[in-house]
Design a protein around this ligand. Sequence first.
Ligand SMILES: [Zn+2]
Length: 237
Amino acid sequence: MTEFLFRSDSYLRSAPARVKAVSPEGGIVLDRTIFYASSGGQPGDTGFLETADGSRIAIAATVHPEGDKTQIVHLSAEGAPALAPGDGVTAVIDWDRRYRLMRMHTALHLLSVVFPFPVTGGSIGEDKGRLDFDMPEVPDNLTELEARLNEMASGSHAVTEEWITDAEMAANANLIKTMKVKPPTGQGRVRLIRIGEVDLQPCGGTHVRDTGEIGPLKLGKIEKKGAINRRVALLFG
Ligand SMILES: [Zn+2]
């Protein structure tokens, strides 16, 4: 198992690690990592691994192996120097990119507050994000919703994580009622992300620690994706 350092501290930009395995295709598995792997609509991190002699192995993408969320594979760019199990490296992520993704990701939690409809999908980009909602009609007060969104972001609400067990979840039916997304069960425990008094939902991604870091937001296009499905885009203002 790889230790997911970004879970407890999403602000780590670099960290020492040891190579556990290297696949023939150049996939590198570390004992611990700060690289988030593509999941839940958030793209995986890019960056590099620096070896003891100072050479750098560029990481073009980070993924979970098919069907295994407990492992993370760092995909090196073609022609990168080879690593071997046991090698010590310093992992460094493209922080500017990740920080934009963290800001947009956290902003999408807020978007789900101003659009209180079931979320059916989503995706996070550096400049733009989107959520798909089961929302039969487009609200006619979009200007007001955008203002509420910005009010929440600039309100400097603390973003914190908490873990609860499946049993605790089952024993607290009221908790599920406060959440828009039903948490996945069967893994023993669930990670919840709380945004002050405004939002609580299960999520495994990386977030800013204060909504004030998000900055100004702008609602984008709202597209019809099905009889009752609408795609709402969100941009940095
Ligand atoms: Zn999240």
